[in-house]
Design a protein around this ligand. Structure first.
Ligand code: AKG
Ligand code: FE2
Length: 225
């Protein structure tokens, strides 16, 4: 056991639950429809204290459905966020897991179109990220989440050197602590758009009140063009 502890110390790890059979009928088309009607393109301009980007990285095109819209249009997602998903997060983290009260960042939808940009390389500030993949992407199609084992990784090249790769599978719910391990989502190169329900969870040791005050304006980005 000591050998295992030593070999794995500091390595990134995550938990996946296949929640497909727990989701309401038509969940994927419901999300796709909300994306189609509400998706908004913005430019993210690094750096921020959470960025792990090369100096001088160009602006990245991002697309999202804002939290307030998710709250209004996808109430079943919000119910799962507070209920079943939060409890699955507790079984992952083996501690009390708290949902966020601020609708701007509790639950958002992130979208990456084929041929578009990668996501920003960053660290999280919340102790538990919950990601429900609404689309699946095969190896070779891009859209994979790459997470550095080296906590000192400073950019995507550093991440790529030694990382775990999570290929989004539709209906899978992933939990991890991304506060120490820099990560980013690679560009989608073929197939359809990548859609993820990104959920922020907190704990008693790292409560919602610790969220940096400037993070949401930063993530909201700037108008395109
Ligand atoms: O979409 C993903 O797979 C990761 C998203 C992420 O890192 C985040 O929302 O902080
Ligand atoms: Fe993240």
């Amino acid at each position: 056991m000591d050998h295992v502890d030593h070999a794995l110390r500091g390595r990134f790890s995550w938990t996946t639950f296949d929640v497909t059979s727990l989701l309401p009928a038509g969940w994927d088309t419901d999300i796709a429809e909300v994306v189609r009607k509400n998706q908004a393109d913005r430019l993210l301009m690094p750096p921020h204290s959470t960025s792990r980007e090369q100096v001088g990285t160009r602006a990245l095109l991002t697309s999202a459905v804002r939290g307030a819209v998710v709250w209004k249009e996808l109430s079943w997602v919000v119910d799962l966020y507070h209920g079943l998903f939060r409890e699955l997060g507790e079984s992952h983290a083996r501690r009390t897991v708290l949902s966020a009260t601020d609708r701007r960042y509790a639950v958002v939808l992130n979208v990456q179109e084929p041929g578009g940009d990668r996501s920003e390389c960053h660290i999280d500030t919340n102790p538990i990220a919950g990601l429900l993949y609404a689309t699946g992407h095969r190896p070779g199609a891009g859209g994979e989440l790459a997470i550095a084992h080296d906590t000192h990784a400073r950019n995507t090249a550093d991440v790529d050197r030694d990382c775990s790769v999570i290929y989004p599978q539709k209906g899978h719910l992933v939990f991890f602590d991304g506060r120490l391990h820099p990560h980013y989502v690679r560009a989608v190169t073929s197939g359809g758009a990548r859609v993820v329900v990104a959920m922020n969870y907190y704990t008693e040791e790292c409560p919602e009140s610790m969220r940096p005050g400037d993070l949401d304006d930063y993530l909201h980005g700037s108008p395109v063009g």
